[in-house]
Design a protein around this ligand. Sequence first.
Ligand code: AMP
Length: 641
Amino acid sequence: MSSADFASLGLSAPVLKAVKQLGYEQPSPVQEASIPIILEGKNLLGTAQTGTGKTAAFALPFLSMLDEKQKAPQILVLTPTRELAIQVAEAFQSYAKHIKGFHVLPIYGGADIGGQLRGLKRGTQVVVGTPGRMLDHLRRRSLDLSQVKGLILDEADEMLRMGFIDDVETILSKTPADCQRALFSATMPPAIKRVADKYLGDAEVVSIEAKTKTVERIEQSYLMVKGHQKMDALTRILDVEQFDGMIIFVRTKSATLEIAEKLEARGFSSSALNGDLTQTLRERTINRLKKGQVDIVVATDVAARGLDVERISHVINYDIPYDNESYVHRIGRTGRAGREGKAILFITQKENRMLRSIEKSTRQAISQFNLPSNEEVSGQRVAQFKEQLIGMCKSTKLDKFNSLVKEVAAENEIDMAVLAAALAFEVQKERPLFPKLATLDAPRASSNDRSSDRKERKRPERGDRSERSERSDRPDRGERTQRERPTREKSGPADQDGNEIPMITYRIEVGRNDDVSPKNIVGAIANEADIDAQFIGHIKLHDDHSTVDLPEGMPKELFDHLYKVRVCQKALKISVDNGTAGEQRDAKPGYKGKQEGKKGSGREDRRDRSAPARKKPAFKGKSSGDSEPRKPRKRPATDRK
Ligand code: AMP
């Protein structure tokens, strides 16, 4: 953990105020190291992944140096995906809450360009966007980079992987030579180092080294969960886990209060422990935990430092710690005095790398936590309810209530059992006895995410696409051959369960004659259509068209949208490649279903270029339902390159 506080880092007053209001107690290690460097005006090369607090590490210092009056873009952030662009723009907005006249604009593919044009015209100090759309705005001359003072490349290795590195370089070359630059990347492959050497010069390097620590006697597991489902997952765990004392770690002071309150409302005795509490209050809370007057404490790292309570049987990392060291410190709050302890780590999909890095540094595998089922939760709750009810019948004076229910029953001719059932129903509303718990549909990581991790690790070929295509000595320059494809991709990449995804070959009306390269195609499809780059398969360039393998079962809205997407100034006009289409099987989740639902043109037109039908809707978003049924022919093996 870091030792500095935000106030000592030299951030501007309005930025500090926002950080305080957000409940950030202490800078994370990457923030502590990066903020002073950026504030000194130096370039920065940071190895940091999602979950380390890297967004604030660059946003806070650059915002502290912002010239509020200047309306032309001053800070430019390049991100690989639209999700990240939105997330980063939102982070900027929250950190700039007290900066008057502040504007941030996310620009990414797949969204209405009109709104972006208006936003740029109105004036915005910060632009966050994906490389393709930024280039588009540069071509239209709607994005003025002449006043840019700070440029940040976020998740640079992802941009490389998605084939954006040339676009990134083009944008970099158009920013003023004296503009300050920061590059953040989870890994530093040679292509990223090369860009850093060329554009960041002698940048200061920030890399938070992971020290190896061993943790014994602590059973560790993790649960992949989406941010908004964490509370649901937590209550389910609390319902079935046999625990004595528990610490739940969160990142902010406000979260300690919010979660402790929510737990109280659900009937779990809990208290918040954060740096805002006086030493006396903190000690009082810890004593109550020691004595068993409270079972759950929701804490920040700062407040729980050195906490030594033997009865802590469980540590829940509700928010992932910033680094491996604080993970080890956190879980060390359990397994005290030779006892056994359990540690459960919540991770979101994007924080997957952190899990791997924790495993590596602790030299221990962390197993997947199996979330209790509806039935298990229900069974526990019903058993507790019965116990409570019986206890109450025995120990509470119920005379008046007895007469009351008899009266209601007699007056309304209601059976006593029905009346009791109605009362039971009323009582259990806060914590339902027969819950229909939401499917926590984040991928199950040990079988799937690990497989996708493995894929990611084995996947430099994908990232190297652009590097390879840069080599002019290759006769098939720019083509994505079998060798370049991800390891599993012969039939298609793997879905969350590790099954191969059946692919369909599509034809797009842009080819070598248009100077297109596979990375342009991957970038456009990934960003405009919000398809994960890993689901984009083999690409073959021809003179006047190209073919691309995409997962089967494409929703019609997405198909209609892709039809109009432009690459190298030409609409893709996507259609099923009739001669070489793959075998149609059950749909697999290759699409995220967040497409803008743009309508296609006429019905006949649609029939001509229709998406192949899918038998089973496998998409999270709206399903079109009316794809034209058209079964593509089985693709002969010889067609595969
Ligand atoms: P990032 O690694 O930038 O994706 O940040 C991950 C999460 O950590 C975000 O939800 C931030 O709001 C949160 N965060 C970043 N810095 C801090 C901090 N110093 N204290 C508490 N939360 C933070």
